[in-house]
Design a protein around this ligand. Structure first.
Ligand code: FES
Ligand code: FES
Length: 158
């Protein structure tokens, strides 16, 4: 049965009337037109669909939208509302932390969650946080450099 669910997405209150069991990823992409989060495995194993719920990075492909009533969600589209890139986005750009870009929104949002919780992570902490994020282009060395650069640039605060 459909249900009306209120969410704050990138700072804007949104209501969707839908099956509460639908994955958040599907609602973001198909109902709200936010296609930055990507469908990869669809099983919570690759990180391509990562968005932030509150301060936590979650796999939106396995998160039922009905569980998110009243929650605040950030997607890659909401990271830099002005014309200036978010520092983590800028760091990925500067260090060429992407090739095809399919994994990049998830990588960036996972990095934002990490740096909001731990502004000066060690390499081991960075690796541990990004462990579940697959990059089919094998861009991990540049991704690691990007995160280190974001740390040097002051972390997750725009
Ligand atoms: S598409 Fe969600 S984790 Fe792979
Ligand atoms: S940049 Fe292509 S999958 Fe990571």
């Amino acid at each position: 049965m459909e249900k009306t669910i209120a969410l704050t997405v990138n700072g804007r209150l949104q209501t969707v009337t839908t099956d509460p069991a639908r994955p958040l990823l599907e609602v973001l992409r198909e109902d709200l037109g936010l296609t930055g989060a990507k469908l990869g495995c669809g099983e919570g194993q690759c990180g391509a669909c990562t968005v932030l719920v509150g301060s936590r990075a979650v796999a939106s492909c396995i998160t039922p939208v009905g569980d998110l009533e009243g929650r605040s969600i950030r997607t890659i589209e909401g990271l830099a509302p002005s014309q200036t890139l978010h520092p983590v986005q800028q760091a990925f750009l500067d260090e060429k932390g992407f090739q095809c870009g399919y994994c990049t929104p998830g990588m960036i949002l996972a990095t934002v969650a990490l740096l909001e919780a731990q502004p000066n992570p060690s390499d081991a902490q960075i690796r541990a946080r990004l462990e579940g994020h697959l990059c089919r282009c094998c861009g991990f060395p540049n991704i690691l450099r990007s995160v280190r650069r974001a740390v040097r640039a002051g972390g997750a605060t725009p």
